[in-house]
Ligand binder design. Structure first.
Ligand SMILES: [Zn+2]
Length: 320
């Protein structure tokens, strides 16, 4: 009887070849710096700039909203060994304010809301956007009486800001890791071209929706609605971590009815019952948008998946 050929005699070669291939695939020109990024959309852009060199670590990695995130011991460890940290700023990731203050001597911290190339919009107030006294807002100082000069941290939702983040990342990475500077700059140039393509595609898809009123769950979308001329007319809650008052729900319900809003968008991680109450007895439909990518796996594709997913959600509900 012939012995069964298992192929096991070839395995040592395959192992050796595989190890060699992996070695070439992951060996950058020099060891990548330890980079930590706060939230998924920004992490996606930084990961694109670092492609082929290393992988940035991500803090808010799961399906939790950054608005309600609490720092874990493993996050603190990552931050302690970081060379470079990217975050939006205290207007958005309030859970990072204290930990980052302790890192001042060991890491370079890039606060994107202070970058001159980023267009920063004031947090909306007035009419349906106005925070009530019982809804302090998701800015860390807002519960202590700060008011009108607060800024809106959802700045990644304008692709022009995504391009600015990409350029900032390439220059800061090149400064701390000159051995890989050429790679960072080339990756950033490629990513910026892809973001231009995404912007043009979104413009074309969203243009027909510009007159169609809708309501969103929390006020995350003004960077998107401003860029593409969309007609968001109100939000149910200013801050996801503080439920809206009954009075506000009633005001939004009246607005949905009087404006004939076509859609009220909830978000995947928040319970649907508030949206159901707001659309009861109106012609509006409920649908879902995920502006912070809580349901998406992190990585270089996330930014594009997130923005395309928002366009899909808007088109599917508003274009009927
Ligand atoms: Zn938000």
């Amino acid at each position: 009887m012939l012995p069964m050929k298992t192929g096991s005699d070839r395995r040592p070669w395959r192992h050796a070849l595989l190890s060699l291939a992996l070695c070439f695939a992951v060996s950058p020109a020099a060891a990548a710096p330890d980079v930590v990024v706060s939230i998924k959309p920004v992490h996606s852009l930084i990961a694109g700039v670092m492609a082929g060199v290393g992988n940035p670590a991500l803090i808010v990695a799961g399906s939790t909203s950054p608005h309600v995130y609490a720092l874990r011991p493993s996050d603190a460890q990552r931050l302690a060994s970081a060379r470079l940290v990217f975050w939006i700023g205290p207007i958005f990731e309030s859970f990072l304010v204290t930990p980052l203050a302790a890192l001042a001597n060991t890491a370079e911290i890039v606060e994107l809301d202070r970058a001159p190339a980023i267009e920063l919009l004031p947090a909306r107030e007035g009419g349906p956007w106005e925070p009530h006294a019982d809804e302090p807002g998701h800015r860390p100082d807002s519960g202590r009486g700060a008011a009108s000069n607060e800024m809106d941290g959802h700045l990644w939702l304008d692709p022009a800001n995504a391009k600015a983040i990409t350029a900032i990342a390439a220059s800061r990475l090149a400064a701390v890791d000159p051995a890989n500077a050429v790679r960072y700059r080339e990756n950033a140039a490629t990513l910026i071209r892809q973001l231009d393509g995404l912007d043009a595609a979104l413009e074309e898809r969203l243009w027909p929706l510009r007159e169609r009123p809708f309501v969103v769950f929390h006020d995350a979308y003004q960077y998107l609605t401003r860029r593409y001329d969309l007609a968001a007319v109100g939000s149910i809650t200013v801050s996801p971590e503080h439920p809206p008052s009954a009075r506000r729900i009633e005001a939004i319900h009246a607005k949905v009815a009087s404006l004939h809003a076509r859609c009220v968008f909830r978000e995947p991680q928040f319970a649907p019952h508030l949206v159901d109450t707001v659309i009861a007895g109106t012609t509006a439909q409920a649908a879902v948008l995920d502006p912070e990518g809580t349901e998406l796996p992190p990585g270089t594709a996330l930014y594009f998946t997130l923005m395309t997913g928002l366009a899909d959600g808007l088109v599917n509900c508003l274009d009927r």
